[in-house]
Design a binder for this molecule. Structure first.
Ligand code: GLU
Ligand code: ZN
Length: 295
C-alpha cells in the first residue's frame, strides 16, 4: 500500500481577523506542505454565526492572498457541511454513543468544566438538548512532531463532551474530525492551543474508523501577561502593507533562519525561500512564546 501524498490545511475561524499568531500557524502549515510538494487546503470554520465577525471571512481571504499564500482547490466552508454533521450525529445518537443533556450551565458550575455524566442514562430526547459524546475511561496519547508526547485521560480530564450545542450548532470537535478525514488531510499543523483538543479528536477518529493524521502544534504566541493573542485581547489584524516584514518575523518565530539578503524580498519570495529551506525540527519546543521576546 502506498501512503497518500501530503495534504495539509489551514482552518481559520471567522470570529475575528487573522493576527500574528494565526500567521505563524498558517505559515507553518503552508511551508510544511509545500516543502514536500504537498497540497495545502483552506477551510473556513464558520460553525458559529452568532460569534462571526461581519466581514471577517473576506478579510481573512484577502489577508492570505496579500501574504502570498496560494491554496489548492476550492475553499470549503463548514456552513455548507451541515448535512454531513447531522448524519453523523444521528448515527452516534441512535447507537447510544452520544446522548442528550439538558443540564444548565448553572447546574454544571461546580464541576470545573469536566462534565460529571449527569444525563448519561437519562434517555432524554435530542430536541432542545445538547448532545454529548460518551468518552471511555482511557488515556489517549500521541506524539506531536514538535511538542513530543502528549497524553490526556478523557474520563478524568475532559468528560463526555458536547458535539452539538443546545441551540443546534455543531461543535468544532465533531466538524474538524469529519472534515479533515473527508478532505484527506494527512498532516495537521496548527496552534498549540489545540493540543488538548487532540485526544478528543483521536477518540472520534477511532470511533469512526478514520485514519489518524500526523500532528504538529506550533507555539502559541502570547502577550506579556500570558494571555493568548487573539480577538479577545484586541490584537491588531495583520496589516496589508507589512506582509514581508511580518512574514520574516513569523519565519524567525518558527526557528527558521532567513538570510539578510531577504531584507527587500516580496511575500511570494519569502514563501518560496521558506518552502525550499523549511526545517520543522527548528521550531521551538514550547507550547507558548511571549510576543515581546520575538525578534
Ligand atoms: N478553527 C480553529 C481555529 O481557528 C483551528 C482548527 C484546527 O486547526 O484544527 O482556532
Ligand atoms: Zn446533563
Amino acid at each position: 500500500m502506498t501512503s497518500p501524498a501530503y495534504i495539509g490545511r489551514f482552518a481559520p475561524t471567522p470570529s475575528g481577523y487573522l493576527h500574528f499568531g494565526s500567521l505563524v500557524a498558517a505559515l507553518a502549515s503552508y511551508l510544511d506542505a509545500r516543502s514536500v510538494g504537498g497540497q495545502w487546503l483552506l477551510r473556513m470554520e464558520d460553525l458559529d454565526p452568532p460569534r462571526e465577525e461581519p466581514g471577517a471571512q473576506d478579510a481573512i481571504l484577502r489577508t492570505l492572498e496579500t501574504y502570498g499564500f496560494e491554496w489548492d482547490g476550492p475553499l470549503v466552508r463548514q456552513s455548507e457541511r451541515h448535512d454531513a454533521y447531522a448524519a453523523l450525529l444521528e448515527r452516534l445518537f441512535s447507537q447510544g454513543l452520544a446522548y442528550a443533556c439538558t443540564c444548565s450551565r448553572k447546574q454544571l458550575e461546580a464541576y470545573g468544566g469536566i462534565y460529571p455524566g449527569l444525563c448519561r442514562n437519562a434517555g432524554h430526547a435530542s430536541e432542545d438538548a445538547a448532545i454529548r459524546l460518551r468518552v471511555p475511561e482511557l488515556a489517549y496519547h500521541f506524539c506531536d512532531r514538535v511538542q513530543g508526547e502528549f497524553r490526556q485521560h478523557l474520563g478524568h480530564e475532559v468528560g463526555d463532551f458536547v458535539i452539538r450545542r443546545r441551540d443546534g450548532l455543531y461543535a468544532y470537535q465533531l466538524a474538524v474530525v469529519l472534515d479533515d478525514a473527508w478532505q484527506g488531510i494527512t498532516d495537521i499543523v496548527r496552534g498549540a492551543d489545540l493540543l488538548d483538543s487532540t485526544p478528543r479528536q483521536l477518540y472520534l477518529q477511532e470511533l469512526l474508523g478514520l485514519r489518524q493524521p500526523r500532528y504538529l502544534h506550533v507555539p502559541l504566541i502570547i502577550q506579556p501577561d500570558g494571555h493568548k493573542l487573539g480577538k479577545s485581547y484586541r490584537s491588531p489584524p495583520l496589516p496589508a502593507d507589512q506582509a514581508p516584514a511580518l512574514l520574516l518575523r513569523a519565519l524567525r518565530t518558527l526557528g527558521q533562519q532567513p538570510p539578510g539578503e531577504l531584507a527587500g524580498a516580496s511575500a511570494r519570495e519569502l514563501l518560496a525561500w521558506g518552502s525550499a529551506n523549511w526545517d520543522a525540527t527548528r521550531i521551538p519546543r514550547s507550547p507558548t512564546l511571549a510576543e515581546a521576546q520575538l525578534r
